[in-house]
Each structure stands twice: as structure tokens, then as C-alpha cells.
Write a protein that binds this ligand. Sequence first.
Ligand SMILES: [Zn+2]
Length: 81
Amino acid sequence: MPRNGAITFGDLVGKLDLLEVACAKCGRKGRYAVARLIEQRGSDGKIVDLLSELRSDCPKHLAGDMGDMCAARCPELLRVM
Ligand SMILES: [Zn+2]
């Protein structure tokens, strides 16, 4: 059972090699190597923390468009968790 809202990078090992992050609002899309995320943040680093960092430097967010906040998320998580 995944901990509610606190899936860690370690949880992805064996399930995903690349973690896809996409934002439907600004159209940004990226892939992060899970091994590299663990190297940088540790296997107990939380995906929600990565997402909130990404949201905070989203073009939408930087433009000060608070009524249309960034929606970066990991579409593949629902499939693998
Ligand atoms: Zn965005």
C-alpha cells in the first residue's frame, strides 16, 4: 500500500526507470531518471516535494497567474502504484 500522498522515489524502483512529469496547463513535460532522483534526493525523497518544486518554477506560476495554477503531476503513477 502506498502511503497516502507520500510516494517516495524508492517506491518506484522496479516499477519505473523514468518518471514522467507533465503539466496540462503549461504543456511542460519532462522525464526524470529514477536512479538519478534517488542519487540526488535519496530513496526516501517524496514525489510530492519534487512536484511542488516543479510547480513553483512553472511558467504559469512565474507569470503570476494565480487563478490558473500549475498542475504538474506524474501521469504514470496511477498506473504503477
Ligand atoms: Zn505548469
